[in-house]
Design a protein around this ligand. Sequence first.
Ligand SMILES: Cc1cc2nc3c(=O)[nH]c(=O)nc-3n(C[C@H](O)[C@H](O)[C@H](O)COP(=O)(O)OP(=O)(O)OC[C@H]3O[C@@H](n4cnc5c(N)ncnc54)[C@H](O)[C@@H]3O)c2cc1C
Length: 569
Amino acid sequence: MLLNSPPAPEAVFDLCVVGAGPAGLSLALEAARGGLRVLIIEAGLARKAVPPATRFAATTMRVLDHRRHAPLSETTRTGIGGTSWLWGGRCVPFESIDYELRAHVTFSGWPICPSDLAPWQNRAAEYLDCGSADFQTEPMSGWQSQAVSTSQQERWSRRPQLAPHLGAQVIAHPTVSVLTGAVATDVRFNPAGTAVTQLRVRWAGTEVPLTARDYVLACGGLATTRLLLHVQRREPAFFGGSDGPLGRYYMGHLTGSIASISITPPELFTELDFRQEEDGTYVRRRFTLMREAQIRGHLLHTSFYLGNLPFRDARHGSPTLSAFFLALTSPLIGRCLAGAETRRRNAGRPVGGWGAHLQNIARRPRRLPAEVAAIVRLRYLSSPRRSVFVIHNDRGTYALRYHAEQVPNPHSRVRCNGRTGADGLPGVDIDLRYSDQDVESVLRAHQLLDAELASTGVGHLIYDHPEERRSEAIRQQAMDGYHQIGTTRMSADPSAGVVDPDCRVHGFSNLFVASSSVFPTAGEANPTFMTVALAVRLAHHLTDPARRRSQRSERPGSGWGSPAAWPAQ
Ligand SMILES: Cc1cc2nc3c(=O)[nH]c(=O)nc-3n(C[C@H](O)[C@H](O)[C@H](O)COP(=O)(O)OP(=O)(O)OC[C@H]3O[C@@H](n4cnc5c(N)ncnc54)[C@H](O)[C@@H]3O)c2cc1C
């Protein structure tokens, strides 16, 4: 149920979850289904997604290099559903190699393995509504390679905005209470510094203490890290110490395009384009690097998929892309038509001149309305809606987009900047860095794919730049902030990470993190599917009867609420 005011001090909760994004909602529902009484604290409103006000956001988190990190107004949303109000809904699995300790990737290696996550993936697929957790498909026709796979497919959520379905289920659950407009501002601990006793929350201008048996921070990667940094300012020895892992190893992905791909025969496009499964889920095939190729070539995990040639480059010959380009030149229409990243990539000075775009439109007068009608139908009038389109062209030439892992780097970090944000928490500086190894790996992954395309005879790459300028082009496009990974990393050894393999904060019996910030490495995968699978796994850990029995016998009398009132197992 939605609460109108904070729960009474005597109210008893088994679990307090901070944040109602994909992680917090999935965790809360799974835990409630397991019999727990759950309280969710959400900073935003019940059903409206709000971008952080620019001035407010600037006092809370300061981006040091705007070329590397998108502004917070583009990367987070508050409210039930969290950033799912913004995300694309693309679900991608981690593969076995992503968990491995790899000699060529410093700080790699997860303390858990794929089989630890496997039992929870179907539930993650259910909560994200991406059809199923089966990401494998047949190889592309004629494809035979020992280095690059064409068997992985991404799945797109049928209802990417989670508030109306998952959020509604959570609110309707009889053992879940949701307090919105409530910002967690502090965490208080017992004198021994081994367990959380209280969460401090600001609600309607007042500070309210809230208690539960267990606490999970699911505020998103950056906000979770910031809350823990706030605690660490008061308690410098916590979370591995002030020089320790908290806030370090900040990662996203490298995304962009430095080449187009020419496919032969052009009809193969249909095997690389979106396909709709019987249940309506959209899926799309990707090129991914196989394990042996990564190890042999000292490569980071990288995936490739088709995109449109830049709209502004009239050489694509497409009347539809030219028409979109002309529409994007109007800021008002552009904002209605496309997200910030699409606008950034495709607007700008026309390549080939304005006249060439008009000629594209004039040359195929019938194709434009047919393609636009199909897009309008699939994007706005169908269910599920489709948000991404690759426009077919007769040349069989498309932009080749990459999505690549970066090496964990302790100097890529989020740290307190000595100021106080408008919300009373410390201001933090965000310093996301990309290394030469990250960039060179993307370049060599292209060379490998090009060689495999040539040997299988299904195409080749056409680079946008001469060889000596390609690394620079990758570096220039390296930017993230959408995927917030690594800053509360998981480790078996308490000095090497912030959370243990159960996502429990090292040193504390009842404090947990549910976020992509626990990933020790980023893989090539977009992080939300993995984040939700981990959240579901955590919910099962919290509802585990053996753990709950041991908690009852250890009850420290430190304000956890009355165990007598916990639901019977
Ligand atoms: C434009 C864009 C596109 C994306 N596309 C994809 C994609 O296609 N695939 C993919 O896998 N990922 C994608 N992502 C990333 C994805 O959105 C995130 O991985 C996902 O939303 C993280 O879920 P979360 O629950 O951890 O955090 P969030 O969704 O950020 O939710 C955190 C919640 O916590 C609340 N909160 C924060 N601080 C506090 C506090 N102190 N007290 C109380 N509440 C608090 C916030 O209000 C928010 O509601 C995209 C992101 C963006 C911005």
